[in-house]
Design a protein around this ligand. Structure first.
Ligand SMILES: [Zn+2]
Length: 346
């Protein structure tokens, strides 16, 4: 269901109760009246309570916890390594895209404006022009809290109609207290295994996005990444920029270029997503760049992940939740989510 921006507040404004008549009452009358007033107040409070969206449940999860999950609904967790990073684990690429594609266009996609929010028609045209679909505009997303707050403020100011998934995200930001411009926080996302996403790819996506979380929330790391970027040769910067341009990132955004460079070069060790040939280099040259980056990295929670292997993806999910069904093949066992059409890997 679509709602108008500005009409999604979590409280309902009721007209004030009528003023009490200024005449004298007996004690009994006053008592009955008082009780009625109390009931009215209680009813009003209850009404408000029912109308208020339920708080979105949140836990805390490690990288391995998330890799070992197969969500049927969106799961929201604080990243155990840094609770300023909140992870949204989506049941499908489609549900992820519906919530975040408009934000992606606003923040960092190529060939779209970044000073205004696209309406549905413009967003769909941008996605189609890029050769993508809602589902695969991105496989994973990452946004600084301030960018999200700016997105929602502009969407409201411009009267852009947001979808229910986007309004849910707005509710989450309010719940986190992240709508102010001085918040230090980040949201990163990962889709469930299914369709083109294997469990191994899901783990690769998560590690990539975790590095963005660190970039946004740890100023020393952001500063270090900037230094690394400007320490590269011009041709190396161009090689990364050209690679990122082919992926659909807006190459005019230097901070985006250097942020993605650290994420692909150091934290995306899967040739399907990034390899030496993608930037016109040999494996030896890329390894040299990696070693240079890692050798001087500030020592904090992300540092071990620069060299650690990804958490093992379980070949077998030991058990599925009651809302899920098991798909067992010779090599894998996955928990599938129930859809209207039946159980599906969505
Ligand atoms: Zn990235």
């Amino acid at each position: 269901m679509l709602e108008r921006p500005g009409n999604e507040d979590d409280t309902v404004i009721l007209p004030p109760p009528p003023a009490a008549k200024p005449h004298r009452r007996s004690v009994l009358y006053a008592g009955v009246g008082g009780a009625a007033a109390l009931l009215a107040v209680a009813g009003y409070s209850t009404f408000r309570w029912f109308r208020r969206p339920k708080p979105i449940p949140m836990g805390t999860a490690t990288e391995a916890n998330i890799d070992n999950t197969q969500p049927c609904d969106i799961i929201v967790t604080y990243l155990a390594l840094d609770k300023k990073v909140v992870v949204l684990d989506f049941p499908s690429l489609l549900s992820q895209g519906l919530m975040l594609d408009r934000v992606a266009a606003f923040v960092e996609k190529a060939n779209v404006p970044h000073n205004r929010v696209l309406d549905d028609v413009a967003l769909n045209a941008a996605i189609t022009a890029s050769g993508d679909t809602i589902s695969d505009y991105y496989y994973g997303h990452d946004y600084q809290a301030v960018a999200l707050a700016r997105f929602f403020a502009l969407a409201e100011a411009e009267n852009i109609r947001l979808n229910s998934q986007e309004l849910w995200l707005k509710q989450l930001l309010k719940q986190l207290g992240w709508m102010s411009p001085d918040t230090n926080g980040a949201i990163i996302t990962v889709p469930a295994a299914g369709g083109p996403i294997t469990p191994e790819m899901r783990a690769v996506i998560l590690r990539h996005e975790i590095s963005h979380g660190a970039f946004y929330t740890v100023p020393e790391y952001r500063h270090y990444t900037e230094q690394f970027w400007y320490g590269l040769t011009l041709s190396d910067r161009e090689a990364f920029t050209n690679f990122l341009g082919r992926q659909g990132y807006d190459t005019n955004l230097t901070e985006l270029m250097l942020n993605e460079t650290q994420a692909y070069l150091i934290f995306t060790r899967d040739p399907r997503f990034f390899n030496a040939a993608a930037i016109g280099k040999t494996e030896a040259e890329v390894n040299q760049l990696r070693q240079g980056f890692i050798a001087n990295m500030p020592d904090f929670w992300l540092t071990p992940l620069a060299t650690e292997a990804l958490p093992p993806v379980p070949a077998f999910m030991p058990a599925c939740k009651p809302t899920q069904a098991m798909l067992a093949t010779r090599h894998k066992r996955l928990c599938l989510c129930y859809q209207r059409s039946g159980f599906d890997c969505v």
